[in-house]
Design a protein around this ligand. Sequence first.
Ligand SMILES: *[C@@H]1O[C@H](CO)[C@@H](O)[C@H](O)[C@H]1NC(C)=O
Ligand SMILES: *[C@@H]1O[C@H](CO)[C@@H](O)[C@H](O)[C@H]1NC(C)=O
Ligand SMILES: CC(=O)N[C@H]1CO[C@H](CO)[C@@H](O)[C@@H]1O
Length: 373
Amino acid sequence: MAPPPLLQFLLLLLLCCDLQLCAAANVSYDHRALVVDGSRRVLISGSIHYPRSTPEMWPDLIDKSKDGGLDVIETYVFWNLHEPVQGQYDFEGRKDLVRFVKTVASAGLYVHLRIGPYVCAEWNYGGFPVWLHFIPGIKFRTDNEPFKREMQRFTAKIVDMMKQEKLYASQGGPIILSQIENEYGNVDEHYGPAAKTYINWSASMATSLDTGVPWVMCQQSDAPDPIINTCNGFYCDQFTPNSNQKPKIWTENWSGWFLDFGGRVPYRPVEDLAFSVARFFQRGGTFQNYYMYHGGTNFGRSSGGPFISTSYDYDAPIDEYGIVRQPKWGHLRDLHKAIKLCEKALIATDPTYTSLGPNLEVSNYAYYPTSCI
Ligand SMILES: *[C@@H]1O[C@H](CO)[C@@H](O)[C@H](O)[C@H]1NC(C)=O
Ligand SMILES: *[C@@H]1O[C@H](CO)[C@@H](O)[C@H](O)[C@H]1NC(C)=O
Ligand SMILES: CC(=O)N[C@H]1CO[C@H](CO)[C@@H](O)[C@@H]1O
């Protein structure tokens, strides 16, 4: 006997949600939340750069991220890896971006795709292909026609690839956010007035690619609407976006640091890291990303310079070899559970702050019925 129509519909819904097909909706945002599949969300994210591990490692790394309480995997896209010679693309093996995004999707997690295409990332030439340097008249990362042409071409190439595979959340896929440029606000004063025109151009170029998911710019306090400006740092609780219509997003919370040859092996105690994350959400945070959650290895000659080691372990919650690092991984997992218990309260309103004395502050999220205990 066929089930009644409502049940049939529900079964269908369940079935297609399993396959990540049902929820094709544009991602939007408001002051407190990212709106994904119609739900207002507070999200916890971690960086894993696909070429810094092997495709065989990806499912396990992503499962461990999911068990650790992550909702989102964040990665840069590495232009010089994919286009070593102008017009000749390579997406094989460790460079198989589509496979990586699909692996994340099959674990039921979301993706934040940071296209850049300048990415820094302690990566050779910040991800720029060497041939770019030899284009006549080119000036990088400013209002320069040859540069903008190449930047737009590569960005559009990646967006088109993702669209063809239906990987944007607006198509039922896992990508819920994307980044254009990278920490440009830290250097823009060197570019003079052209910096401003370049940032406006980058914003409208990215928006015109019509992905159905928001774009962010990190460390870019003047990011024009609708681009969300976001914070990178060891602590971001004091950060506020440049509009009250935008959520508070922390794109890089440094879980440790990269290693230089001859330098000290980086170590960031998990107590400090967990404190910074708890405080970020306490003070109205919406989206927080560990940079890195798994750092991995700089294979071949990909490491940036000078003197950055081949290990990109980063003292991350999952170590270079894919093994969970304790107590970091477990302590953060417990913190994520606590934050998620409060998700409904966190997105409901802005907190009110009361001081109870030195170093003692209450952030009160009024929400009924209480869901946080
Ligand atoms: C997303 O937004 C665009 C433009 O506003 C619209 O054309 C498209 O139909 C929307 N897609 C979904 C899945 O809602
Ligand atoms: C950049 O865009 C902003 C907001 O959209 C605008 O106020 C500003 O005048 C623009 N600046 C330039 C140099 O185009
Ligand atoms: C934005 C931010 O917090 N940046 C800090 C990152 O960490 C370095 C130290 O490694 C600080 O100097 C920056 O201010």
